[in-house]
Design a protein around this ligand. Structure first.
Ligand SMILES: Nc1ncnc2c1ncn2[C@@H]1O[C@H](COP(=O)(O)OP(=O)(O)O)[C@@H](O)[C@H]1O
Ligand SMILES: [Mg+2]
Length: 274
């Protein structure tokens, strides 16, 4: 179960307030083109503000682009749909509901009877290793466990496309490694199309078939890189592999240039016309 995503000439402008109160338009995304074929795992990396979240929200149908369009298996996106599910950085769980209820929640909207909902939810809770915690409440769980619930909730609706916006940014480094390995094990079985936003070069390379480097002002695709590492990937081997180290370093060099250029532009603007 997966789908092809085509992003065609997508632009999105927002208004921002300048010092002194005047407003101006700026391009959060400018003429973004990208095709993600069936079954592909693609990561997006780039400095804060380069439009990663905006792009994911447009693909999810939560906001509309000002220009361009997104096609899923050839059909234009005009709003959220059952073939897409989002996993958020802050988990976005209902604290008053059990793990089981949280995971089953999206199924209720689809009119699936309660018994069946709970059976499906239980299956995905088991897949993410939380069987013992099905009747616990999210606040009692660690960050890593809460994000496993977030993943199970997204998987439970059996989406063709998983949209993941910095899903592991709120957990500690070791937990993050574990979650990466668990995610890739789940994906290896089901091969949804995945769009994954991260700030970590290593995470992007370890998980992905391709890495999209984005740059800000205006938000654009700067470069798309293939990850030449075979699957299935064994974490401890991959993280030592020359191709892994080289590609992670290359992405860092690219990002460093972008960040430097932006700092210089901002400093230049602040210093005035000289
Ligand atoms: N609803 C909004 N209104 C105004 N500006 C926004 C809105 N959402 C995002 N932005 C701005 O658009 C730019 C891109 O934001 P975002 O997509 O969140 O980038 P990223 O996820 O890469 O950090 C940023 O400058 C952000 O401040
Ligand atoms: Mg973001």
């Amino acid at each position: 179960m997966s789908a092809t995503i085509q992003v065609e000439a997508v632009s999105k402008r927002y208004e921002r307030t300048r010092e002194g109160g005047a407003t101006e338009q700026f391009a959060a995304l400018d003429d973004v083109h990208l095709t993600v074929p069936d079954h592909e795992f693609v990561s997006f990396i780039g400095p804060s503000g380069c439009g990663k979240t905006t792009l994911l929200r447009i693909i999810d149908g939560l906001i509309a682009p000002d220009a361009g369009r997104v096609l899923i298996d050839g059909h234009p996106v005009s709003g959220p749909g059952p073939e897409r599910a989002m996993v958020f950085q802050n988990f976005a769980l209902m604290p008053w509901a059990t793990v089981l209820e949280n995971v089953a929640f999206g199924l209720e909207a689809r009119g699936i009877p309660r018994r069946e909902r709970e059976a499906i939810a239980a299956r995905y809770i088991q897949q993410v290793g939380l069987k013992k915690f099905a009747h616990a409440y999210p606040p009692a769980l660690s960050g890593g466990m809460q994000q496993r619930v977030g993943l199970a909730r997204a998987l439970a609706v059996e989406p063709k496309i998983l949209l993941m916006d910095e899903p592991f940014a709120s957990v500690d480094a070791q937990t993050r490694y574990l979650l990466q390995e668990e995610l890739i094990a789940v994906w290896q079985r089901q091969r949804q199309t995945v769009l994954f936003v991260t700030h970590s070069m290593e995470e992007a390379v370890f998980l992905s078939d391709r890495v999209v480097i984005m740059e800000p002002s205006p938000g654009r695709v700067a470069e798309v890189l293939e990850v030449p590492i075979a699957r299935p990937r064994v974490a401890d081997e991959v993280r030592r592999a020359p191709a892994f180290v080289e590609l992670s370093n290359y992405i860092w060099q690219r990002l460093r240039q972008t960040i430097r250029a932006r700092e210089e532009a901002a400093t230049g603007a602040a210093a005035g016309a000289d």
